[in-house]
Design a binder for this molecule. Structure first.
Ligand SMILES: C[S@@+](CC[C@H](N)C(=O)[O-])C[C@H]1O[C@@H](n2cnc3c(N)ncnc32)[C@H](O)[C@@H]1O
Length: 266
């Protein structure tokens, strides 16, 4: 069994594949100023819960990308009432969006698919229109371990916000996972993978697959259950440099093409 097979089992029964609740995700309606006519891109969309519930209510035009066919099958199952959604089964790194073409760009728990957090923010701000919403969710560092056993530790929420800001987007809000959100998410994986072998007929397949599932599952739950692990979504807006230039009366100098402030801002 490969990783995708494992995740298809571990997340078969959940629609939101992150340690976050539907109630918290609904805050994105406001943070992204979601409304009719917006173009939305969701990288590593999984079952695309966020885009699907937007498309039920609004005439958004959404594109979701994921490599796991089992998740996309669920995402495609029920056409939404109002919006139009298309799903592409492909690795995120092979997708080249037209720069500045989306009103909302989401990547919830899949920044690794774009090469890591910083690379994902750069990629996303480039795909978003100036002023467009950029929402990225990732593991964060809740408590710095006293002794670091050579683990690669994620950014803490303050550094996460600072990194997004340095890479072209203004953060307006954070949505963080609680201990209960983590417990529910990780317990679900554990429960689903331990229950799964009972539904398989072949003893050989069961033994091989359950060993594999247990191995991947144990590693994953161990990692997620670490006391240092948190998870946060940051909701930001791609910085609209032209608006800033207008506000600060910036004009390019004839000499070197650099932007200079010609008048003090009001
Ligand atoms: C933690 S899940 C998050 C799913 C969804 N965003 C959500 O919040 O419900 C990560 C997703 O990234 C997808 N993924 C992993 N590698 C990928 C890649 N190279 N390109 C696109 N998607 C990928 C997985 O299949 C999975 O659906």
């Amino acid at each position: 069994m490969d990783h995708q097979g494992y995740w298809a089992i571990a997340e078969a029964d959940i629609e939101i594949q992150n340690p976050v609740t539907d109630r918290k995700l609904r805050l994105l309606d406001d943070y992204c100023d979601i409304r009719d006519g917006l173009r939305v891109l969701d990288i590593g969309c999984g079952k695309a819960w966020v885009m699907r519930q937007w498309a039920e209510r609004l005439t958004i035009e959404g594109t979701g990308l994921d490599i796991n066919p089992a998740f996309l099958e669920v995402a495609r199952r029920k056409p939404p009432a109002r919006g139009r959604l298309q799903f592409i089964e492909a690795p995120a790194e092979q997708f080249s969006p037209t720069p500045a073409s989306y009103d909302v760009v989401l990547c919830l728990g899949a920044s690794f698919a774009l090469g890591g957090f910083v690379q994902a923010v750069d990629w996303m701000t480039s795909a978003a229109k100036p002023g467009g919403a950029v929402v990225i969710g990732d593991l964060t560092l809740k408590h710095r371990p006293v002794v670091n056993a050579h683990q690669h530790l994620p950014l803490d929420p303050v550094d996460l916000v600072a990194t997004v800001q340095r890479h072209g987007a203004e953060v307006s809000a954070l949505i963080s996972a609680s201990d209960a959100d983590f417990e529910r998410y990780v317990s679900h994986h554990r429960h689903a993978t331990l229950r799964w072998p009972a539904s398989i007929q072949s003893i050989v397949t069961t033994t091989t697959c359950s060993k594999r599932a247990a191995a991947i599952g144990t590693t994953t739950s161990r990692r997620s259950a670490h006391t240092w692990a948190g998870s946060s979504l940051s909701a930001a807006r791609r910085t609209d440099y032209s608006a800033i230039r207008r506000k600060n009366r910036l004009t390019p100098t004839a000499k070197d093409g650099q932007w200079r402030c010609t008048m003090a801002s009001s």
